[in-house]
Design a binder for this molecule. Structure first.
Ligand code: ATP
Length: 490
């Protein structure tokens, strides 16, 4: 362990390791192809992870599509015509600046090495120096010869390799992040296509199809969730940076000149969405881009404080007419919009919200993870927002004999009409509660001796651990009501 790591950093990395291990043990996330030694930066979701991910995706869809009359969804193919990626700029410019440590042969993103260096300077209280490097960094990112400018900073700041500690760098080179493959039986270059590195382009190329079929007028949005693929070089930190991941994106088409208003409105809405999912506001912040893409006129990221530091979660970008304009040029098809009110023709501007689903899953796990002292023992609990929890309710017959299991199964069947329910009749009741706490189940229902007498059951709440008695018949209404109360305990 590096001697300069602070106590807080050690504690946080310890917590992160526990989250990763719980994810595997309880069936949230597994390494892909684990029995073959695993495939790096690729993960599979287990029985609980798939539920958590579905719930997050579903809440995003509700917030973006169902709550806006003028936002509709699509599900475009992962494989697209290769010219799409020429037009979007991905063939020529979807690169990361990379640098290799000659001694360890480890590869790093040059921009991230410098950003981490700036952060370290701030931490050490050397703010003035940090600001100076930051100014140089912004200039380097905008320089014509960006790789050389970044390399110069790494050398003059004497930034050492994080893993080996060596100071023996190669030049900085640009590396394209798109995966390619060949389509059909012929292995010729013109048959080369790409796995999409973002879902957005499937939306742009369908602009007219969607607008006409859904009878939408500008301003309107198109939303989509789906897989994207990037040949990430520095793929670390579990599901934070993967080579195959899922995005939830929405492109909002507006009249030129109104984009910044729409940008601010979506910015506010997107931040609120995370808070509504139970993320503490103090763990979220805005980061304004230092380097705007040449076509963008505003760009902010939502960042979350992961156990390994503040990192990007979602990007909100005002992309002007760059994408539609480029597709119009490359396809030769008219992508202008005719405004029936003003009789004007124009290429709409676009405000985009783009969030990683897997990163949101990771944030949700990190945010929910707690270790609490209860009567001298440590309980591990995932305090998920109830709407995101994989199971909403667990049903426990207190003992595995007599009428209790049968009553329990009848309750389970009744609740299953509304929720994902877990049934467990094995082991001591306290242990059953703990197992449910550990996977974030908000309610446990126990069928006990009193149930046989008066038809009530014990409902135990995950966060407060309070227990109340509720009549069997009113259980589903009781739990539905509770789930609809969005406020959750801190
Ligand atoms: P980063 O700077 O972290 O590489 P980016 O700025 O390239 O991200 P965008 O292209 O704006 O990311 O993608 C939008 C969102 O998609 C990101 O905010 C992130 O949540 C998610 N995302 C991007 N790349 C990955 C990845 N390799 N693994 C998981 N999620 C990703």
């Amino acid at each position: 362990m590096s001697p300069q790591l602070s106590f807080a950093a050690i504690f946080m990395s310890d917590v992160f390791e526990k989250i990763v291990s719980l994810s595997k043990r309880r069936g949230f996330v597994f390494q892909s192809s684990e029995i073959y030694g695993g495939l790096s930066a690729t993960y599979d979701y287990g029985p609980l992870g798939v539920e958590l991910k579905r719930n997050i995706r579903e809440r995003w869809w509700q917030a973006m599509v169902y709550r806006h009359d003028n936002v509709v969804g699509i599900d475009a193919a992962i494989l697209m015509h290769p010219t799409v990626w020429k037009a979007s700029g991905h063939v020529d410019a979807f690169n990361d600046p990379l640098i290799d440590d000659k001694q360890s042969k480890m590869r790093y993103r040059a921009d991230q090495l410098i950003e981490n260096h700036i952060r370290r300077l701030h931490k050490k209280g050397r703010d003035e120096r940090a600001e100076a490097v930051h100014t140089r960094f912004v200039a380097a990112m905008n320089a014509d010869d960006m790789p050389k400018a970044l390399h110069d900073i790494i050398i003059s700041e004497e930034i050492h390799a994080p893993d080996s500690g060596a100071f023996d760098w190669t030049d900085v080179r640009q590396f394209n992040l798109m995966f390619d493959t060949l389509v059909g039986p012929v292995t010729e270059a013109e048959n080369r296509i790409y796995l999409r590195p973002e879902t957005a382009q499937g939306i742009f190329v369908n602009f007219h199809n969607v607008r006409e079929s859904a009878r939408q007028q500008v301003p309107f949005g198109i939303a989509q969730t789906g897989k994207a693929f990037r040949n990430e070089i520095v793929a670390r930190q579990f599901i934070f940076r993967m080579r195959e991941f899922e995005q939830m994106e929405m492109q909002y088409f507006v009249k030129p000149g109104t984009q910044l208003e729409a940008f601010e409105a979506w910015r506010a809405e997107r931040m609120q969405w995370h808070i509504d999912n139970g993320i503490r506001p103090e763990k979220l912040r805005w980061h304004q881009h230092d380097k705007l893409a040449h076509y963008a006129d505003a760009a902010f990221d939502v960042e979350y404080e992961f156990p390994f530091g503040w990192q990007e979660l979602e990007g909100i970008h005002s992309r002007t007419d760059f994408d539609l304009d480029a597709h119009q040029e490359f396809s030769g098809k008219n992508l202008q919009y005719f405004d029936p009110q003003t009789q004007e023709r124009y290429i709409p501007y676009v405000v985009e919200t783009s969030v990683g689903l897997d990163r949101t899953v990771l944030m949700t796990l990190c945010e929910a993870y707690r270790e609490e002292e209860v009567r001298g023992e440590t309980r591990t609990v995932l305090r998920f927002h109830p709407k995101l929890a994989p199971y909403k309710v667990a049903v426990f017959p207190l003992v595995k004999k007599g009428e209790m299991p049968e009553i329990g199964h009848a309750i389970e069947a009744d609740l299953q009409r509304h929720f994902n329910v877990f049934f467990d009749q094995k082991g001591a009741i306290g242990r059953r509660y703990r197992r449910m706490d550990e996977i974030g189940t908000p309610f446990c229902v126990t069928v006990d001796g009193d149930t046989l007498e008066d038809g009530t059951v014990t409902v135990r709440e995950r966060d407060s651990m309070a227990q109340v008695r509720v009549a069997k018949e009113s259980l589903s209404t009781y739990i539905l009501d509770k789930l609809n109360q969005t406020a959750i305990a801190a």
